[in-house]
Design a protein around this ligand. Structure first.
Ligand code: KG4
Ligand code: ZN
Length: 406
């Protein structure tokens, strides 16, 4: 089957197309037909964070060009330029449907009208999978309404995808699938998934693909959020994760830390929850104290040491809790997903800990941040493993900012 994935939960607009098939007795196969994405990082960076209304505007602008590109790359757009429809009109009923569904996205409605005037044939797509949550609701709505319009006008079922399931299954997308039909990475079950992103920090038990149980989560800030906030305290630009890493790399780990060690919150708590707010506050107080003592500002060696120990504190807690969950649930494999796993130190720590102990699945670095391939794949998995796909044609859907996995 061919699946169109749409992702607009935060500051990435993404449209992907995959071809995936079930095979009795052997693993499902997958091939990426198109993988299109526009990151809004540069748009939000001057403001130090993601502004939901600005994200909504950017998604409205980007979705149709990305869809056109994806359909063209996948070569499933039968009439790229429709010579017969010279007057560029679409049936009144379709035009009304577009303006009704996209009432709150008038700019997107204009792009969609133009798209349907140009492309009158229905592409060979079997399922549309769109992120309905969790995420920023104004941003989510754009993707949902876009998916609903396509579903109605093309008469293709629409699946309500959970963004966090997307991050879990992103680790199962084989790199070779980008160029050829490849077996989907086999997941030995039960598995533990650690999800670390800008909005979430979750430990999830995967007993079977498509059904998930949340066993732990952050009680306050998410890990990515803590990276972003600590970066701001250290005067680094948004997004802070990669900036903290660059600064931390300037610290020589063979040298003793020139600062008091930062706390490792909830390292030994019996549950699988996390807390990052105290660590962030510890950095804030330390920086304030040092600034009072050093009127000329903090030297690079001190700032690098803070970044280094912050990164290490996060790594220590994530590793301890995750490996404990692996033991307690006798997991056969470990998945890590979400933007923060782009962090080399965290990646490396898990690679080392997993060696000889458990099969570790990390997403291809390109798939660590938000993308629509993972949303298309989540749609396929729900349809074929969990068999709970929403196969209504654009049944009323809502954005679910706090959507849960279980
Ligand atoms: O999954 P993602 O792209 O978006 C959300 O769904 O939130 O994650 C974005 C988060 C940001 O907080 C960003 O600072 C963090 O991932 N991040 C990193 C790194 N690259 C991105 N954190 C630590 N180290 C990195 N190299
Ligand atoms: Zn995400």
């Amino acid at each position: 089957m061919i699946i169109l994935g749409i992702e607009t939960s935060c500051d990435e607009t993404a449209v992907s197309i995959i071809e995936a098939h079930e095979h009795a007795g052997s693993p499902a196969t997958v091939r990426v037909l198109a993988h299109e994405l526009i990151s809004q990082t540069a748009v939000h960076a001057p403001f130090g964070g993601v502004f939901p209304m600005m994200a909504k505007r950017e998604h409205s602008k980007n979705l149709v060009p990305l869809l056109e590109r994806a359909l063209t790359t996948a070569d499933i757009l039968p009439d790229a330029t429709n010579a017969t429809n010279t007057n560029k009109h679409i049936p009144t009923q379709s035009a009304e449907l577009i303006s009704t569904i996209l009432t709150r996205e008038p700019e997107l409605a204009v792009h969609v009208q133009a798209f349907f005037a140009k492309h009158t044939n229905v592409p060979a797509i079997d399922l549309i999978s769109v992120t309905v949550g969790p995420g920023l609701e104004p941003a989510l709505w754009v993707g949902i309404n876009f998916g609903a319009v396509l579903s109605r006008l093309w008469n293709i079922p629409l699946h309500q995808a959970n963004h966090m399931e997307g991050h879990i299954v992103s680790a199962l997308m084989p790199t070779d699938a980008l160029t050829k039909t490849t077996p989907l990475t086999d997941l030995a079950l039960p598995a533990i998934a650690l999800l670390i992103s800008g909005g979430h920090t979750e430990l999830v038990l995967v007993e079977k693909l498509g059904s998930y149980k949340l066993i732990g989560q952050t009680r306050d800030d998410a890990v990515g959020e803590a990276f972003d906030k600590v970066a701001r305290i250290l005067g680094l630009p948004y997004p802070g994760g990669p900036e903290i890493s660059k600064l931390a790399a300037q610290h020589n780990p063979s040298q003793p830390l020139p600062i008091p060690a930062l706390p490792r919150p909830m390292l030994h708590s019996k549950d699988f929850d996390f807390s990052c707010a105290g660590l962030k506050t510890a950095v804030l107080y330390l920086v304030q104290k040092l600034n009072a003592e050093l009127p000329d500002g903090l030297p690079l060696s001190i700032r690098a040491a803070i970044a280094y120990d912050f990164e290490q504190a996060i790594t220590d807690v994530l590793l301890e809790k995750t490996m404990r969950a692996v033991d307690e649930y006798a997991a056969h494999s470990l998945i890590i997903g979400g933007g923060v796993i782009a962090n080399k130190r965290i990646r490396h720590a898990f690679e080392q800990a997993a060696e000889h102990r458990i099969t570790l699945h990390l997403p291809h670095t390109e798939l660590t941040t938000d993308n629509a391939l993972m949303i298309a794949l989540a749609g396929f998995i729900q349809k074929n493993h969990a068999r709970v796909v929403t196969d209504t044609i654009a049944a009323p859907m809502s954005a679910q900012g706090n959507m849960k996995l279980s």
